[in-house]
Design a protein around this ligand. Structure first.
Ligand code: SAM
Length: 253
């Protein structure tokens, strides 16, 4: 059985969207993963298929009703469905490369996309949904967040990405950002490629890349660098899950 993504959304037309092109699109055509999208509106109430209501306690915006969302979930998710259920929300845990790696080796995911002010908290708790954020900013809906999360998982599926070594060398694979890349021409607009990359000395190239990765992490992501140093002191691999975010995490104090 191929990796299976189920999306619950008020905007099914947004899928597969960009995931219908390039690597993910080809993998979808080849049956390496499959996608079904369900319109939450179909489970709305009354003639107008209402899915939201005003917030208890007052305030701006509308909240998605728990009975509507629960009805949709019951309709699309079999009781023995082993796939994790994820609600995309800025209140969630930041998405990490480790999450994507873990989910990519499972059977797939069920993704719940919010709109308006989000979902009634009771249906999040009752359904056991994991709350995941793609970054410290607010999107107008969970759909772009679901596309980001899916993309991060899909490229890790066996057969989707060309060179398997790319995934082990890239940013976050060992708790560091990746080193910079260069290609031809060797000189462009007066800017030369770092000479070591033309030396053919593979040990020197490895050392240079490692130093560049460490420099970039130290300067750009003090949060990752601190986690990396702590892991190095303790003689273990860096805690990618807690620190290295797929999205740009806020560098906290
Ligand atoms: N009132 C919410 C808050 O301040 O946390 C924001 C609601 S947002 C306008 C509507 C929906 O977009 C959310 O229910 C969620 O599904 C999605 N969303 C927005 N930002 C997101 C993010 N950073 N990560 C994941 N989902 C997000």
């Amino acid at each position: 059985m191929s990796w299976h993504a189920t999306i619950l959304t008020l905007f099914p037309a947004m899928f597969p969207g960009p995931l219908g092109a390039s690597l993910a699109g080809r993998a979808l055509e080849d049956g390496l993963w499959r996608l079904d999208t369900h319109d939450l509106r179909a489970h709305g109430l009354g003639r107008h298929r209402t899915v939201d209501d005003t917030p208890f306690g007052g305030g701006a915006g509308m909240v998605m009703r728990p009975d509507v969302v629960a009805g949709a979930l019951a309709a699309v998710r079999a009781p023995d469905d082993a796939r994790p259920l994820i609600y995309l929300t800025p209140r969630g845990k930041l998405l990490t490369q480790a999450d994507a790696a873990r989910w990519s080796v499972g059977p797939g995911l069920v993704l719940l996309c919010g709109r308006y002010e989000g979902l009634d908290q009771r249906v999040i708790e009752a359904s056991g949904a994991e709350e995941i954020s793609v970054g410290d900013y607010v999107l107008s809906g969970g759909e772009p967040a679901a596309l980001v999360l899916l993309d991060a998982c899909l490229r890790l599926l066996p057969g989707v990405m060309g060179g398997a070594e790319s995934a082990t060398e890239e940013s976050f694979a060992d708790g560091l950002l990746e080193y910079p890349h260069y290609t031809r021409p060797a000189e462009w607009q007066g800017r030369a490629v770092p000479p070591v990359l033309l030396s053919g000395d593979h040990a020197a190239i490895r050392a240079w890349r490692r130093a560049e990765a460490e420099d970039a992490t130290r300067q750009r992501r003090p949060d990752l660098w601190a986690a990396h140093l702590a892991a190095r002191m303790a003689g273990r691999r860096p805690p990618v899950d807690s620190a290295a975010s797929v999205a740009t995490a806020s560098a906290g104090p």
